[in-house]
Design a protein around this ligand. Structure first.
Ligand SMILES: *[C@@H]1O[C@H](CO)[C@@H](O)[C@H](O)[C@H]1NC(C)=O
Ligand SMILES: *[C@@H]1O[C@H](CO)[C@@H](O)[C@H](O)[C@H]1NC(C)=O
Ligand SMILES: *[C@@H]1O[C@H](CO)[C@@H](O)[C@H](O)[C@H]1NC(C)=O
Ligand SMILES: *[C@@H]1O[C@H](CO)[C@@H](O)[C@H](O)[C@H]1NC(C)=O
Ligand SMILES: *[C@@H]1O[C@H](CO)[C@@H](O)[C@H](O)[C@H]1NC(C)=O
Ligand SMILES: *[C@@H]1O[C@H](CO)[C@@H](O)[C@H](O)[C@H]1NC(C)=O
Ligand SMILES: *[C@@H]1O[C@H](CO)[C@@H](O)[C@H](O)[C@H]1NC(C)=O
Ligand SMILES: *[C@@H]1O[C@H](CO)[C@@H](O)[C@H](O)[C@H]1NC(C)=O
Ligand SMILES: *[C@@H]1O[C@H](CO)[C@@H](O)[C@H](O)[C@H]1NC(C)=O
Ligand SMILES: *[C@@H]1O[C@H](CO)[C@@H](O)[C@H](O)[C@H]1NC(C)=O
Ligand SMILES: *[C@@H]1O[C@H](CO)[C@@H](O)[C@H](O)[C@H]1NC(C)=O
Ligand SMILES: *[C@@H]1O[C@H](CO)[C@@H](O)[C@H](O)[C@H]1NC(C)=O
Length: 413
């Protein structure tokens, strides 16, 4: 292994102001680490944010989103030496720090593991937190990359552990840079390889001026969870599309999980999942238990800003959707509609939800209730069955009529 002095001679941060979906300002982090010979040993440019759920003094739970606001520092980032591998360390203020370390093998290097620590004693970042001091999350990632290749992952990677959701995107990183030159050979993550539309589409023709409202695409699928202190107690994975009709004008809004926060609570008989974003004040899903053995979606309570200063609010606490046995999850991959009112409906895609009895942060392995039981496909066997029954009845009728005629025939004698 080439001897790298741990001496950091150059540390550079470029704060690229990016606007993610027009609402949340995010900065790209960039680090160019050089060794004692001023040769680049590690280069990284990426974006990340964190949603941390913490317990409050009054036994409640809150979630904060932690991201860079242009004040990130990189103290502790090292090129590595014989004893320690390279490491990127980032601090967002004084109460949050993040680091990742790298290891090297014969022909590959690995992104080894991520370590996060946050100080719940800091009541500006964690208002009303029950003081638990410093908490840490250790996440082994073990991404293996060929040497002299730069790892690239534009797609979003989200990891959830110990109440912390970590999100990474637009990642570009190379450790063990050879001869001080960052490689041009890219090693793509699986998500990028699969998405064939990563490259921007360049319009060669001027768009037609006749603007026909293009049908909204499918919403992105988000994973939402609620933690009650004993671990995850509610899990939901779904793409959500809101359809609001006001004054005969229809607004169809896809919920972007990247910019949506979630909280909630769990009780023995009810569970709440609350989403909010820059224009959704709250979108509550309330689940209840019925007959002591099934759960269902009982209530939706929404309040959102419609852009022009008007607020749309609606509650329906008399719903009956997503019904499944307790201890299992409800699943529906096809598009399904929750009609909250005549003017407000929620279209769900690739839905899976378990509001009760979540064990070890995972969906129950018990057979999930699947909406395909009432799928159109089931109409076919039902139709065939009905047709068969009709034929059987006809045959029986014919038989009895025949028998009677026969009988009657004899009686004439
Ligand atoms: C990193 O810093 C070195 C030394 O200043 C410079 O030569 C190199 O171009 C920088 N690389 C990138 C990718 O910014
Ligand atoms: C990387 O960091 C993690 C967490 O601090 C640690 O457990 C692991 O041993 C480190 N790996 C190396 C190769 O230093
Ligand atoms: C955690 O935050 C508290 C309050 O800001 C501070 O007094 C304490 O020194 C911090 N702890 C560490 C280890 O930084
Ligand atoms: C934060 O903690 C300090 C003492 O550590 C206290 O003086 C202050 O009032 C607290 N602020 C809030 C908003 O709770
Ligand atoms: C969410 O973030 C990822 C990573 O940047 C991006 O690929 C995806 O398009 C984003 N989704 C939306 C709906 O903006
Ligand atoms: C680095 O330099 C050495 C010696 O000059 C050369 O053999 C090697 O191919 C170079 N590696 C790269 C990746 O350019
Ligand atoms: C990419 O697609 C292949 C085949 O379609 C699949 O096996 C693989 O799991 C996918 N990888 C990711 C990261 O989605
Ligand atoms: C956590 O789990 C334990 C054992 O399962 C239970 O006794 C305790 O009441 C739970 N605490 C909360 C806050 O749910
Ligand atoms: C939205 O709701 C209106 C009125 O209920 C309906 O006509 C329309 O098809 C819905 N659109 C979508 C995309 O769900
Ligand atoms: C969601 O609500 C919380 C608390 O009301 C707020 O701090 C947070 O910024 C909101 N999230 C978004 C994405 O607007
Ligand atoms: C709907 O949610 C709002 C905000 O949390 C709350 O004030 C209101 O009481 C809720 N409505 C119902 C019927 O639960
Ligand atoms: C806002 O838009 C909605 C629907 O487009 C409309 O019904 C409402 O009157 C508008 N409100 C204002 C204050 O313009």
């Amino acid at each position: 292994m080439r001897q790298m002095s741990p001496f950091v001679t150059f540390l550079k941060l470029v704060e690229l102001q990016l606007w993610i979906t027009g609402a949340v300002r995010s900065y790209a982090l960039e680090l160019n680490l050089t060794n004692s010979e001023k040769a680049t040993c590690l280069y990284a440019k990426w974006q990340m944010d964190f949603k941390i759920r913490y317990e409050t003094a009054n036994r409640d739970y809150k979630t904060v989103t932690i991201s860079d606001h242009g004040t990130a520092t990189y103290k502790g980032s090292i090129c590595g030496d014989d004893r320690n591998g390279p490491k990127i360390a980032v601090q967002f203020g004084s109460s949050f720090s993040w680091s990742v370390n790298f290891t090297k093998a014969a022909t590959t290097y690995s992104i080894d593991s991520i370590l996060i620590s946050y100080n719940t004693s800091d009541n500006t970042t964690f208002p009303e937190a029950k003081d638990k001091g410093i908490l840490t999350v250790h996440e082994p990632v073990a991404v293996v990359i060929p040497l002299n290749n730069i790892f690239r992952c534009k797609s979003l990677s989200a990891l959830e552990k110990d109440g912390v959701v970590q999100e990474y995107w637009d990642v570009l990183v190379q450790a063990f840079v050879q001869n001080g030159t960052v490689s041009t050979k890219e090693f793509l993550c699986g998500e990028d390889k699969n998405s064939t539309t990563v490259a921007p589409i360049i319009h060669t023709t001027v768009p037609s001026p006749t603007v026909t409202p293009t049908p909204k695409g499918k919403p992105e699928v988000g994973t939402y969870s609620v933690n009650n202190g004993n671990g995850t107690c509610l899990l939901a994975t779904m793409g959500l599309q809101l359809n609001i009709t006001q004054d005969k004008a229809v607004s169809v809004i896809n919920i972007n999980p990247n910019t949506t926060d979630f909280t909630g609570n769990c009780h023995p008989q009810t569970a709440l999942l609350r989403l909010n974003s820059s224009n959704i004040n709250h979108l509550d899903f309330v689940f209840a238990v019925k007959n002591e053995n099934r759960f269902y979606l009982k209530e939706v309570n929404v309040s959102m800003n419609l852009g022009n200063g008007s607020v749309f609010s609606f509650v329906n606490n008399n719903l009956s959707y997503w019904d499944a046995p307790l201890g299992s999850s409800y699943m529906c991959n096809k598009e399904q509609t929750v009609a909250v009112s005549g003017t407000f409906q929620i279209n769900t895609f690739d839905l899976r939800v378990q509001p009760f009895n979540v064990m070890e942060g995972k969906y129950s392995t018990d057979l999930a209730q699947d909406c395909s039981a009432d799928d159109d496909n089931f109409f076919v066997p039902i139709a065939v069955g009905a047709a068969l029954a009709a034929v059987l009845i006809l045959v029986l009728l014919a038989y009895f009529i025949g028998l009677k005629r026969h009988h009657a025939g004899y009686e004439q004698f």
